[in-house]
Design a protein. Structure first.
Length: 334
């Protein structure tokens, strides 16, 4: 495309019929924000971390064009920067393990559930890590990893790998004679493909749960319906209060921990969802809409009784998205 004469640019290109002019020296204009603290160079596709740490703006190449890898590198880098990476006098791997956990504990941006995960992971590693070592070569790491992971599940290995890698990075940052982590994750077993129930089968599942006539059967049936017609995660549903239920919209806040991405969203109340809400509404309704923890057992038992493919709680979120697509809702909206 030809550049307009009034635009002192170095090169020009067209995109979707819109003429885009870019100066080579306007490097920042080539950065597109992807997610929090992460930008992408539209020319090279390389990701950069863009954040503010201790009042200072940080922009650093992550040397990768893979989004998942960039997110992991971003988290590692920001954890080190926010911790200051000031020498703490750590001399052994045991000291580094304690330092690693302390940094996760002190990161204000980390959810409590994530802290619980790291506490458990660090506790598991503490049982097998050679805590008294002051140096750790790559060959020693491989030999230890081979013995430690023998007979372990892929989930345990990969969860532990993330902690060990962080321990190695922190040890190197503290100036300890530790080689870069040469350890590899292992592929997980392929999960079964979800087979979503038809609308008829879903209604049969709900009625089967309701027909058990136990003290909680009606509440369980309504919980399953609410999840299927709202697309909420189970944790989000537990946090829904009557104050979040409006005339036309449902506000999803996620409670103290927040939603998965910490963003509040609004969901239009559909006719099936409204029916469930009205069933549960009572005079002066306040507090939480549901006081149940999960409907997992009820779902599994109903599917077994009806001889239907097992439906997981998370499958209800997929069911919601599928129904939206069938009704003509576009993907960005979903």
């Amino acid at each position: 495309a030809k550049c307009p004469p009034q635009m002192p640019t170095d090169f020009c290109f067209s995109l979707d019929a819109h003429k885009i002019c870019v100066r080579f020296d306007a490097w920042r204009s080539l950065l597109k924000r992807i997610v929090r603290n992460l930008v992408k160079h539209v020319g090279s596709g390389v990701y950069y971390v863009a954040a503010k740490v201790g009042g200072k703006k940080i922009r650093k190449s992550l040397e990768t064009s893979n989004l998942r890898a960039a997110q992991m590198k971003r988290d590692d880098l920001l954890t080190r920067l926010r911790a200051g990476m000031v020498s703490t006098g750590a001399k052994t791997l045991g000291d580094i393990l304690a330092l690693t956990l302390r940094r996760y504990e002190n990161d204000a941006s980390t959810k409590e559930s994530t802290r619980d995960y790291y506490r458990a992971a660090c506790a598991g590693i503490k049982k097998v890590l050679p805590l008294q070592l002051r140096s750790w070569s790559g060959d020693e790491q491989r030999e230890w990893w081979k013995k430690t992971t023998k007979g372990r599940s892929a989930a345990w290995v990969n969860n532990s790998h993330a902690i060990v890698k962080m321990i190695v990075q922190n040890a190197r940052a503290e100036g300890m004679p530790v080689d870069e982590c040469p350890l590899k994750r292992v592929p997980k077993k392929r999960k079964r493909e979800s087979v979503l129930p038809s609308k008829e089968d879903f209604l049969r599942i709900v009625e089967n749960i309701r027909s058990m006539r136990k003290s909680h059967s009606e509440n369980m049936a309504q919980m399953v319906e609410f999840l299927a017609w709202s697309g909420l995660r189970i944790g989000e549903l537990r946090a829904v209060t009557w104050e979040d239920v409006g005339e036309e919209w449902l506000t999803v806040r996620g409670g103290i921990e927040g939603t998965k991405n910490r963003k509040v969203r609004r969901l239009p109340i559909s006719a099936p969802l409204r029916m469930v809400i009205e069933k549960r509404r009572y005079t002066g309704a306040s507090g939480k809409v549901f006081d149940l923890f999960s409907c997992r057992e009820s779902l599994r038992n109903a599917c077994a009784r009806l001889e239907i493919e097992h439906v997981r709680v998370h499958d209800l979120q997929h069911l919601f998205a599928t129904r939206c697509i069938e009704k003509g809702v576009d993907i960005p909206t979903i």
